[in-house]
Design a protein around this ligand. Sequence first.
Ligand code: DOR
Length: 447
Amino acid sequence: MSRRLLITNARLINEGTARDTDVLIRGERIEKIAASITPDRADEVIDAAGRLLLPGMIDDQVHFREPGLTHKGDMATESAAAVAGGITSFMDMPNVSPQTTTRAALADKYELAKGRMRGNYAFYLGATNRNLEEVKALRVGDACGIKTFMGASTGDMLVDDPAVLERLFANAPVIVVTHCEHTPTIRDNEAKAKAEYGEDVPVREHPRIRSAQACLTSSSIAVDLARRNDTRLHVLHLTTAIEMGLFSKASRLDKRITCEVCVHHLWFDESRYEDLGTRIKCNPAIKSDRDREALLNAVNEGRIDIIATDHAPHTAAEKGRSYFKSPAGLPLVQHALLSLFDLVHDGRLQVETIVDRTSHAVADIFGVVDRGYVREGYHADLVLVDTQRPTAVDRGSLLYKCHWSPFEGHTFRSTIALTIVNGTVVWRDGKLAGPIAGQRLQFSRGR
Ligand code: DOR
């Protein structure tokens, strides 16, 4: 007999509404959602009174650094940090070593993940200027998508041959996801900055080097390619107001071109280079307060479909180097949802919107099977958030292998009280719990 876990008195935020309910989990799946379920049917009862129950976040963009870059992070450490942050599923990027650019490398990576991921996982195949045949041979479910660096970033995976891009967009068997920054524009801006400052360019110049124009040029090319080839395209981590005109407010179910923002681009703006320096150096760059406002508005109006993290750990020593030598990226999964709940406290976002953009939308756009909603028969991937209990971010509480966070010193106004993955409690009262419960994600949606 499967174990039964009963959650009572929950304030469930799901499918655009909030309601008080009980949820009965049997084994790995949600068996029943009803106003009142009798406790004698359960092996364990969790009283959720006063807390919010949400479907776990599905993060479509993480860098857990395996294989090959495990001094920065690994599947075990970073997935632990993710579930501590209420992220129950994640899709991991291919800029590792060796790069995940063949189906054989993908298979190796899935093998590496078995029994080590605390949340559910899937991997991207990385596109290159030379691996079109590998891309074309992908079947639905082999990879969550095809990651295409249309701008060079960590890992040297730039796809910049126009003929290759054309064929990639025409032939992709699953969704194409793009990093959009125009590398020639960035190189020009770098040369100008070096002419002014020499090698010692201040970090505050990052948003002028990785400029709004570089983003717009590249994302315009991606959108044009997708329109002409009828490709399903998801543009990752947007950072600028001027790109918003490229994307539609229509329902995601009617769109073939969707987009996202990441939590750090909703939280920080360029004024923070002053105190955080290279710690918040990332690609695309954190830009102006005006851009941040436009991103928040676009999330609220449905122009931006998904909120993700782009969790990208590097060691503190690596990040401590000078501007050009410091790698781009920052660790985020442990506090991503909490940062969004602070924006709720500030009246900038609604809880229903957070749930939609971090969970429902990701499941719909990527075609994740039986996750992303709290529904009878779906996998029990759930999070309890206590919006009355603060979380102070200090180094001792960080689960990242790199042991630093851009949020150190900040106190979030909420706490991730409990995380459940496939019916197993994996995070409770500030501690990891239970056996490893992550499973490989299944997908139903092709091109
Ligand atoms: O800031 C970033 N870091 N942007 C990327 O595109 C890659 C990532 C990384 O892998 O470090």
